[in-house]
Design a protein. Sequence first.
Length: 285
Amino acid sequence: MGSLEEERLLQMVRDFIESEESSSPNSHTSKQTLPLNHSNNHFNHKTSVFNLQENLRKKTDAETELLGNVIKHMKNRTEMKKSTSLKMWLVTRLNCDGYHASLCQTSWLTRPGCPSGSYDYIEIILEENESGGVESVRLIVDLDFKSQFEVARPTASYLELSSILPTIFVGNEKKLRRIITILCSAAKESLRERGLHIPPWRTAAYMQSKWFSWCRNEPIIISPFCSSRQTSSDAEDGIKNGDSTTKFMINSKWAPEKIMKSKRKDMNDGSGLTFQFSNMSINCF
């Protein structure tokens, strides 16, 4: 009898709850819509995570090899400021490795929804054989990639998504455009949930401008360390101290001057060779 009375009591409670819900005009909406929206947001987030992981996982052999070389050179400099000098030094080292590398400096003007700005990254041009012909492939190397997508007061969903991003990015334009689309959409949703406005420097238009605007390539002179096969430890220390060794590796446009044969009239006042050396000006900085 006890169990039968308990069942009847539970049924009375259920009937009371159902009658209260049916009497409320918004009860059906609140019961159905909110869980549905939550379910859709969860599904969209998981889809974004999967797409981002797949996009980053797919690498060509050339991308994998290039990333390995970048990490090799940067392994002792992960805590250093990713300055232009450091990027120029890495460009020099990659050229020593046989890559066609250059420092790209982009800049763009203000347009609706996108303020003006500038950015720099490393560009690699590879030549690959495709269908019997040679095709140029452009790869982008960014040493401080992950921090470019930071937002204020991120939600847990956005933190999970942005944590997948690598600190150093190596990939082609197509891969980068997909990442920007996924992250900017998620950033917009994160800021909206926090009740914050989307800053113009986190819009998709601004983020794309960083890597896809007009680019000025800085000319790089191949370092003497490449041909001599000497170690670059001195130059590496120079990155920290800003000494002349590093400046020479990065910015030097010096070339040895030709020594002309002395004329006989110069012999009266001294050696023509001595005169030639005394007037030489070597600028390695």
